[in-house]
Design a protein around this ligand. Structure first.
Ligand code: ATP
Length: 263
């Protein structure tokens, strides 16, 4: 059942995720309130907002970590995500990456990717099993995409922070998710790593849909097409970065709250 749903074909321009009237309550405190949000296949959507706006909570609801008290979250039209557990949602095609990179540091870059491949085998058998030529092709494609071909045989622990982040994105991609949820993917990166990360996100968005939670406004300005601004648990504004930058209400909620990089 889960597998069948996950294999539905994407319809270009159609909605992959639809959130309506979402409310999340933590001991009576409404972290999200009456939140509506929708996303089309192939979008690269940036989610911004001041501290405590509800960005992480929204991602937590989408990946099943937090359950809503009201409203609904539909994936690919008919899948009610609130009814599924976190591991089922991952199988349905939603991949989440948290801010800190988590890779197997004593394994090589290639082994980390191979372990993450979508497969029915367990972790250990996946490590020892021979990869097929089709699988090896996929692994090399991903290695090239994340720019780590030359480091395939190096231990992941020896990579720079930025490289570890790309490796983890590559590992997520090996699961072939339709929707990726990324939490501040460029945090702590050098300027050139940040640039490469933005380019990588655009490459990924050619085939998959991405939501990026981001605080770095210079990064958002450079790479975002559509931005959703959250404030006090609901959507304050949505539009192009230019619209958002010229919006008085957005300026007001940000004012004095954060020193922006490159602002
Ligand atoms: N498990 C929890 N229990 C109680 N309150 C929580 C919990 N998780 C989040 N909150 C509260 O919900 C609100 C939204 O938090 P959330 O982490 O989603 O915001 P955010 O926009 O991601 O903020 P930041 O940019 O600082 O990470 C905050 O006031 C936070 O303190």
């Amino acid at each position: 059942m889960l597998g069948q749903l996950a294999e539905q074909q994407p319809v270009p321009g159609a909605t992959i995720l639809s959130v309506k009237g979402l409310e999340v309550s933590f001991d009576g405190f409404k972290a999200l309130r009456n939140l509506d949000f929708s996303l089309a296949y192939g979008e690269l959507r940036f989610l911004i907002g001041p501290n405590g706006a509800g960005k992480t909570t929204l991602l937590d609801v989408i990946c099943g970590k937090v359950k809503p008290s009201l409203g609904h979250v539909y994936f690919k039209d008919s899948i009610d995500l609130a009814k599924h557990q976190e591991h089922q949602i991952a199988q349905l095609g939603i991949g989440r990456k948290f801010q800190a990179p988590s890779v197997f540091s004593t394994l090589t870059v290639f082994e980390n990717l191979a372990l993450s491949m979508k497969q029915k085998r367990g972790l250990l058998s996946a490590l020892w099993a021979k990869t097929t030529s089709e699988q090896r092709d996929r692994l090399h494609q991903r290695l090239a995409m994340i720019g780590l071909q030359h480091k395939a045989k190096e231990r992941a622990g020896s990579l720079s922070h930025g490289e570890k982040q790309w490796l983890e994105i590559g590992m997520l991609l090996m699961q072939e998710p339709d929707l990726l949820l990324l939490d501040e993917p460029a945090a702590g990166m050098t300027d050139s790593e940040t640039e490469k990360t933005g380019e990588l996100l655009h490459q990924i968005a050619a085939n998959q849909t991405i939501i990026v939670v981001e605080h770095d406004m210079a990064f958002v300005r450079q790479f975002a097409k559509t931005v959703t601004v959250l404030h006090e648990g609901t959507v304050l504004r949505e539009g192009t970065m230019q619209d958002i930058q010229n919006d008085e209400k957005v300026a007001e909620v940000y004012l004095g709250r954060r020193v922006e990089r490159g602002a």
